[in-house]
Design a protein around this ligand. Structure first.
Ligand code: ASP
Length: 343
């Protein structure tokens, strides 16, 4: 009887360890990388044929510059949070991405920006929604986390808070971009003003770029994640997407993963995508890649939730799945560098 009990216990122990086997099967390492950083510039349907060589160079340059900026900070021993903030602020300042100065237009012809930030060590988080005058919304999101007792501030209140924090503010016209304006006019004509469109939807006359996000793992093993966006073209009624919603567009937990999402926000909110990635790892014992694929390539795809995500686990392994035609993305760790738009 005693022997049988020992046998059953050994069997249970073996099964409990099978999670580790799955990780190995996915070519993921269980040894923490010194540092790692991943970013995205949106997921969508831009085909390579519709971009000129000059445009491709422009995107690849921006992705390369951004990931190197983050890498250098992490190499110097800066925190994951600092790397995420700096990388996203850089991307917000590039007109080709749908965040900061490149933000898309609302139905009323304005720019309303959303951003969020999460620290995987403290599980603290901050976010802003629908801000119109904050130059770098990611800085406001981090300030909400660091300098207020709240997690999410919206509209005028978020702007007053940003001014009080001494953040750079601008006139809403600062965000004007002719290409984005053309996209709004086209969708107003084509869909009688009814539809709402992902910034990176294929259309020959548009330039396509997207929401930005970043996840970093620093030398101390801390994860941080952030996301920033102008949302979707032709959004109405103060619509806010997943990007500033902790657990939908952004999440970080040192014990599982950090993640930033991009895509049709309503689906990412309904399916609590960012938190679900962490939960699948925590409660189902899936590896980062298994969990990310299950969500993006099965669950979201089946219901028409277009988009993707970038994520790091606590070892610095990366996942970058997308169920659209492309996703602007880059990943760096000491022994690997990936900068891609298409498969
Ligand atoms: N997720 C963003 C939103 O729905 C859009 C995007 O990722 O491009 O607002």
């Amino acid at each position: 009887m005693k022997n049988i009990l020992i046998y059953i216990m050994l069997l249970m122990l073996f099964n409990a360890c099978s999670t580790d086997e799955k990780v190995v099967e996915n070519n993921n390492t269980m040894q923490k990388k010194d540092y790692a950083i991943v970013l995205h510039g949106g997921a969508g349907y831009v085909s390579a044929d519709n971009l000129s060589q000059e445009q491709k160079d422009e995107y690849f340059n921006a992705l390369n510059t951004a990931i190197s900026l983050g890498e250098n900070l992490l190499k110097e021993g800066k925190s994951a949070g600092d790397a995420v903030e700096e990388v996203i602020a850089y991307l917000e300042n590039q007109p080709m991405f749908n965040a900061g100065i490149g933000a898309v237009f609302t139905h009323d012809g304005k720019n309303e920006l959303d951003a969020s930030f999460m620290d995987g060590n403290t599980m603290n988080a901050g976010a802003v929604g629908g801000v119109t005058i904050v130059k770098n919304p990611i800085k406001a999101a981090r300030a909400v986390m660091d300098k207020s007792p709240h997690v999410l501030l919206t509209g005028k209140g978020a702007e007053t808070f940003s001014i009080e924090q001494g953040l750079d503010t601008v006139n809403n016209k600062y965000f004007f971009n002719q290409d984005r304006w053309n996209s709004l006019q086209r969708i107003l004509d084509e869909e009688a003003g009814q539809g709402m469109e992902l910034d990176h939807t294929e259309h020959p006359s548009d330039k396509k770029f997207g929401t930005v996000g970043c996840v970093a793992l620093d030398k101390n093993g801390n994860l941080a994640a952030g996301t920033s966006t102008g949302g979707m073209t032709n959004k109405k009624w103060g619509r806010i997407g997943d990007s500033p919603i902790i657990g939908a567009g952004t999440y970080a937990d040192n014990t599982t993963c950090g993640v930033s999402c991009t895509g049709h926000g309503e689906y990412f909110i309904r399916y609590a995508v960012a938190y679900d990635l962490s939960a699948k790892m925590k409660y189902k014992g899936l590896s980062l890649n298994q969990a990310a694929d299950e969500i993006v390539m099965k669950e979201l795809k089946e219901v028409g939730g277009a988009g993707g995500l970038v994520a790091l686990d606590k070892y610095g392994n990366v996942a970058m799945p997308f169920n659209t035609g492309c996703m602007f993305r880059a990943y760096v760790c000491p022994d690997e560098r990936i900068v891609k738009i298409w498969e």
